[in-house]
Write a protein that binds this ligand. Structure first.
Ligand code: SAM
Length: 164
């Protein structure tokens, strides 16, 4: 069940320490069709709607080469989430689990990640399918799919042999 910011039966909130500045910079903004958490998919689907990653200056040149990859990992900041729950009840039925055993957006540092399909690059905008976040969600980072990025060379004879 999708939550707004309520605390459910048996959930536990803590006095979270004040945020420290880790030097995070948002590199862009995500444009999606969803304006309410209640209608946003729980996880993105590669056959979902095309969403737009609008990259801010001065980071646009960092997109160079991204078109070489069909899959990207998108990292974003789920900015509307509360950040103080340690036990959560995903089904709102009184049964709780620890935050770190869930992919809930409610976490101390509300980072979300999605593997998306690259549709196109139009200047400073990257079009993708597979997202699950609200319109206007801040973008933290973009990386090529780790499986497509420079696979390790297969071991060569002698690489690991000792004593020859
Ligand atoms: N795919 C990411 C992950 O696994 O890390 C996020 C998954 S999270 C379950 C997705 C849900 O977060 C959406 O269904 C919506 O309810 C909520 N959400 C989306 N964008 C948000 C935002 N900007 N702030 C707070 N909650 C958001």
């Amino acid at each position: 069940m999708v939550r707004e910011s309520e605390i459910r039966t048996n959930e536990v909130a803590v006095d979270a320490p004040a945020a420290t500045d880790a030097g995070l910079v948002f590199i862009g903004r995500i444009r999606t069709p969803w304006t309410s958490r209640l209608e946003t998919p729980r996880q993105g689907r590669v056959d979902g709607p095309v969403c737009r990653l609008e990259i801010f200056d001065p980071w646009v040149p960092a997109l160079q080469g991204i078109e070489l990859y069909s899959s990207l990992e998108v990292i974003y900041w789920l900015h509307m989430s509360r950040r103080d729950l340690v036990l959560q009840s995903p089904k709102n039925d009184g049964a709780v689990r620890g935050t770190f055993s869930l992919r809930t957006p409610v976490r101390p540092n509300p980072l979300g990640t999605s593997m998306v399909k690259l549709v196109d690059v139009e200047g400073a905008t990257v079009l993708v399918r597979g997202l699950d976040c609200l319109d206007g969600t801040p973008l933290v980072d973009l990386k090529p799919d780790r499986c497509q990025f420079t696979p390790l060379a297969p071991p060569q004879k002698g690489d690991y042999e000792v004593g020859e």
